[in-house]
Structures are given as C-alpha cells and as structure tokens.
Design a protein around this ligand. Sequence first.
Ligand code: NAD
Ligand code: UFG
Length: 339
Amino acid sequence: MTPSILITGGAGYIGSHTAVALMEAGHKVVILDNLCNSDARVLDRLRRLAGNAFEFEQGDVRDAALLDRVLARHAVNSVIHFAGLKAVGESVAQPLRYFDNNVGGTFSLLQAMERADVRHMVFSSSATVYGDPEQVPIPETAPLKATNPYGRTKLVCEDMLRDLQRADPRWKIAMLRYFNPVGAHPSGLIGEAPSGAPNNLMPYIAQVAVGQRDCLNIFGDDYPTPDGTGVRDYIHVMDLARGHLAALEQLAKRQQSITVNLGTGAGISVKQLVETFARVTGRPIAHRYVARRAGDVAVCYADTTLARATLGWQAEHDIARMCEDAWRWQSMNPTGYTN
Ligand code: NAD
Ligand code: UFG
C-alpha cells in the first residue's frame, strides 16, 4: 500500500493549500478535520484542483480510537499537524478550550503516532512564540515567551515536542514558525474564509474591497515605525505550503529535527499593505485610524537565514502577488465557501 501523509486540519486555510502542494508533488494525502473552523465544500474544490489523490476523515484529533484507525487504514508515514484554534482574543476569553484543543490535541496525536510507530511530524508553530521581540529580524534563537493563552498553547506544544525528540531520537520533528500567512491559491478556488468578522488584516481588507465591510479600522498610527502603523512579515500561503513540503523532504533525507521561521524577511506596514492592495486591484480601501489593538507588537519580521540553509527554501511571491491572489479568491467567492 502506498504510504500517505496525514494532514490534520487539512480543510482549513493553510492545510488546504498545503494539501494541494503535496498532491501536486505526487504524495498521497489523508485529511483529518472536525470542520470546527472550516467548510466541507473546500473538499470539492480540492478535488477540482487535485483530483482524487486524497481521502477525507471527519473527526477530532483528541479521539484516540479514530486516530489509531486512520493511521493504520491509510498507512500513514508522516503527519503535518495544523489542527488547532487560532484566535488570540478568543483564547483570552476561553483559555481552557484552547489548552484542551491545541495542547490536548497535539498530545493525543503524538501518543497515537507513537502507538503506530509513525515518528515524522511537521508542527504548525507561530511567530507568536517570540512575544514582543527584542530584535528584528527575529532569529530562531531569540527568547521565547507568550503574551496570550493562544501563544502559550504553541509554546507548550513546542516544549512537548522538544522533550520528545530529546528522549527518543527516532522522533524527527519540524517546528515551523509561520509569520503572517496571506493570499490564496492562484486558481481562486481555495482561500481564507474566516467565519464572522475577520481578526486578521488581509481578509478584512479583501472584505472591504468586495463590499462585505464598510471600512477598515487601522489599529494605531503612532507606532515607532516609518509610517506609524504596525509592521509584519506577510508570506504567501503557497510559499508557506511549499515550505512544508521542503520540511518533510528534509526530515526524510537528513533524519534531523528542525525549528525554522517561515517568512519572507521583509517588514510591510499596514499602510503599505492597504496601498498595495488598492493599487493592484483598482479598488479603494476605505479606512480610518483607531486606537492600538491590545497586545499588538510594533514590528515583527523573520530572519530567514536558517530556512534557506536547512530547507533550501525561500519565499518567492511578493506583496503585490499576495494581494492579487487574495483578491481573486475574494472576488470569485465574496462570502467564502458558502456562495
Ligand atoms: P484554520 O482554522 O483555517 O485551520 C485549522 C483547521 O483545524 C480547521 O479546519 C479546523 O476545523 C481544524 N481543527 C481545529 N481543531 C481541531 C480538532 N481538535 N480536530 C480536528 N480538526 C480540528 O487555521 P489556519 O490559519 O489554517 O492555521 C493552521 C495552523 O497554523 C493552526 O495550528 C494555527 O495556529 C497555525 N498558525 C496560523 C497562523 C495564521 O495566521 N493563519 C499563523 C501562525 C500559526
Ligand atoms: N490590523 C489592523 N486592522 C485590522 C486587523 C489588523 O490595523 O482589522 C493590523 C494589526 O494591528 C497588525 C497588522 O494589522 O499591525 C497585522 O494584524 P493581523 O491580525 O493580521 O496579524 P498579527 O500579526 O496581529 O497576528 C498574526 C496571527 C496570530 C499570531 C501572530 C504572530 O493572527 O495568530 O500573527 O505570529 F499570533
């Protein structure tokens, strides 16, 4: 039986794009998702893009019996673990739900992998583990600290994975710290479909452009940055998807665990992103400046040296391309997967 790669959370934003990249590279894929933050209609879109090279299992990563069945039935040989909750504000209000889902889910998955003798994992970590960074660009060796429960769940999972790999070198784990994933597949068939008002900047801009929202609130114009607005490292989701492929290949080839930043290394301000989106799409983006959002840092962008050296990977798409693809997705699917 041909081995499969298990993608937990594969119906979600980053997971669905990574599934396409893996299938295009010839891998067999099995997606496990409980659809708590995604729509089953994404699966039809995946079939249109990649044919029937994947299987879908609906369920929760905290369900041990289900994991045992899935790992055995599909001859899984490695796992990419995206499944998790990711809304910072919600994590402050419901910390136990976040620890249960993100830490409990990762723990349950690792136990099942151990039982099945599957020890290659790529884990979705985040630049949030750097807290308010002391220096930019941020190297992987920067101090780790969390500033909210969501970030703490990522740190706890990273610690658990480090302990595991120290205890048993058969475990090969890639911890990928994403910066700000944006954009969509160039077909416009899959993309980011947040439920309710978007928390993140790019989907908010795209919803203003398509007429779903009236006006973008820019959180703060008094940061110590060139134009006073927050600076982030936006990375095209297809570049991110390729990063996962590169990480899996390195785990298999070099048999070594890896912790790397996935970003472009460039800092872009909120104002620059708004202006680029308007220029590329020809749509004006109504906006107003409001107070800073609690917990936001001024500047966050990646040192990408290690990703280039260990994965042979670097981001290729620029900010204009990110806006173009985000807009194609949004204009073809004004209300996400529901239309
Ligand atoms: P997403 O919400 O679109 O995808 C996550 C998927 O996991 C969803 O389809 C959801 O239904 C599923 N899921 C959640 N809990 C589950 C569970 N217990 N069992 C099975 N399925 C479950 O989010 P995304 O943006 O694709 O993020 C994927 C991963 O990357 C997350 O772990 C997130 O924390 C991490 N990450 C995201 C960003 C970002 O800005 N998008 C940045 C850094 C890290
Ligand atoms: N912003 C606005 N208006 C909005 C939304 C965002 O001005 O409506 C600004 C923010 O203040 C920030 C920038 O746009 O300066 C980017 O904000 P996002 O919410 O898109 O992204 P963050 O960098 O705040 O957060 C992201 C993920 C988090 C993760 C963090 C660090 O959403 O989960 O990166 O990795 F913790």
